[in-house]
Write a protein that binds this ligand. Structure first.
Ligand code: MSP
Length: 512
């Protein structure tokens, strides 16, 4: 039976332009979606923009534009960033769309009908930057001695009528969820943090605001707009057609994986499952939090002027080098630093040298010495079998790494095989065999071509464009690019196209 795989990115606030931090989660989710498609799963991949709330309203005011018009522009910019990064989303949801508004209201009604919402008044701290309520005990001293949120965001005292969600009623069920399903939340650090936060006791959550207008009206009480996180989290269901149980996309629920940044794990691992429990809806299978990027060792910020638009990196280094770098540099889940030097080194050492040269050397030997024709697969020596044995297990090995969101480890597994291929080619020296044993030369090249096919197939999710070109050069047809297709050896005798370099070395332009 085909397995369904529903993966989501966070929906991005439209209060500012997209940057590399946003692109990061989307790239990771895209790699997951592409991997599962190639594994034969039925995938639905959702991304989009989070367009309501006070933060967006204020950004629009500052720009002197109506909030909807402002959101239209910024949302289009996020979509074009996703396209530029080859994010293969199946849908792009915007929270200002009527389908989302109706769906979020239906979810609210369901939660309210089940008795989990009541009207009261909120008095407490609110951090606009985080769009988050904080308890007095969570605040810390800021640089000027003033109280700030644990994230460093400024807080203000808010006092207004508000609907509340009975979050405290769900404390035990949430702890049970983390306990019984350790795979629900990762990585370990985020899981421990959330568990200890919940153990300290949950307060009921204010889920509506009356002091501004830019939000989804609370059903039955138009004085209130929904708290932006209730509205935003509902996107994962609204895009599927909730509450219409017959909507074909509802078959994708529950989500297989919500990928999020570590700063928003709390919303996804506490509030979201609690809302769903209250609504009687199945819970997502997994929430995984990725780390944050700094730029050349510094926090990314508008005031420092170091905000990186991923499209600029792509223009300079190429898309696949950027996609590769962000997932290769640090174990997925940890924080990481984007430095020019590290990016260039990864590109030159691992892409241009380890992989690019291996392909180029092999393919040019085939072009020169075999007339560019794919040699037959014949008897394997022990060395051949050992190398190909490492390739054959890659789909299974990577599936296990993907299951635990270990994208960097998955890349390392492939790179081990690439390094083994480089050792093999040096040891077998097919260029020398040309003079001594032409048949063995052809066998060695065939082993290398098969290994490269396996490697390029497995790397497609990470670097779709360059691996498509590599598979073209290896004479692999479109139908032969799935993981399952690897089980069938290509028939010999195919004419391969003329080899072309895939990963150029990056040379810093001369400073003048
Ligand atoms: N709108 C909410 C998410 C709602 S999901 C139902 C939101 N939006 S955001 O635009 O502020 O952030 C979106 C994502 O970008 C978060 O996962 C956040 O962690 C990520 N990043 C923002 N800056 C980042 C870095 N510097 N590095 C890595 N990721 C960062 O939160």
């Amino acid at each position: 039976m085909t397995r369904r795989f529903y993966v989501t990115t966070p929906i991005y606030y439209v209060n500012g332009a997209p940057h590399i931090g946003h692109a990061y989660t989307s790239i990771a989710a895209d790699v997951m979606a592409r991997f599962h498609r190639l594994a034969g799963d039925d995938v639905f991949f959702l991304t989009g923009t989070d367009e309501h709330g006070q933060k967006v309203e204020q950004a629009a005011q500052a720009a002197g534009v109506a909030p909807k018009e402002f959101a239209d522009n910024v949302s289009a910019n996020f979509r074009s960033m996703a396209d530029a990064m080859a994010i293969s989303y199946d849908d792009f949801i915007r929270t200002t769309e009527p389908r989302h508004i109706a769906s979020a209201q239906a979810l609210w009604r369901k939660v309210a009908d089940n008795g989990a919402i009541y009207l009261d008044a909120y008095e407490g701290w609110y951090a606009l930057r985080d769009e988050c309520f904080y308890g007095e005990d969570e605040l810390v001293a800021g640089p000027d001695g003033k109280k700030v949120a644990p994230t460093g965001a400024p807080v203000e005292w808010v006092k207004e009528p508000s609907y509340f969600f009975r979050l405290s009623d769900y404390q035990d069920r949430l702890l049970e969820l983390y306990e019984q399903h350790p795979e629900f939340l990762g990585p370990h650090g985020a899981r421990n943090e959330i568990i200890s936060f919940v153990k300290q006791g949950l307060r009921n959550l204010s889920i509506s605001r009356t002091s501004f207008k830019w939000g989804i009206p609370v059903p039955g009480d138009e004085q209130h707009v929904m708290y932006v996180w209730f509205d935003a989290l509902a996107n994962y269901l609204s895009a599927l057609g909730y509450p219409d149980a017959d909507a074909p996309r509802m078959a994708y629920w529950p989500a297989s994986l919500h990928l999020v940044g570590k700063d928003i794990a709390r919303f996804h691992a506490i509030y979201w499952p609690a809302f769903l429990m209250a609504a009687g809806i199945d819970l997502p299978k997994k929430v995984f939090a990725n780390g944050w990027w700094t730029i050349e060792g510094q926090k990314m910020s508008k005031s420092l002027g170091n905000v990186v638009d991923p499209r600029e990196l792509v223009a300079e280094f190429g898309l696949d080098a950027v996609r590769f770098f962000v997932l290769r540099e640090v174990p997925f889940g940890g924080d990481s630093d984007l430095s020019r030097k590290a990016l260039i080194t990864r590109n030159n050492v691992e892409l241009a040298n380890d992989l690019g040269n291996l392909a180029q050397r092999t393919l040019s030997l085939v072009a020169r010495n075999c007339g560019g024709i794919l040699p037959e697969r014949r008897m394997l020596t022990e060395d051949d079998a050992k190398l190909l044995g490492q390739v054959v297990v890659l789909p299974q090995l990577l599936a296990a790494q993907f299951e635990r969101c270990a994208l960097t480890d998955a890349l390392e597994d492939v790179w081990k095989v690439i390094r083994a291929c480089n050792a093999y080619i040096d040891h077998q020296a097919p260029w020398a065999l040309r003079k001594t044993d032409v048949e063995r030369m052809a066998d060695v090249l065939r082993v290398l071509l098969d290994a490269l096919r396996g490697i390029a197939t497995m790397l497609q999710p990470f670097m779709p464009d360059s691996m498509a070109r590599m598979l073209d050069q290896l004479g692999v047809t479109q139908d032969e690019r799935t993981f399952a297709a690897l089980e069938v050896a290509l028939p010999g005798g195919r004419q391969l196209p003329a080899p072309q370099g895939i990963f150029p070395r990056y040379v810093e332009p001369e400073q003048s």
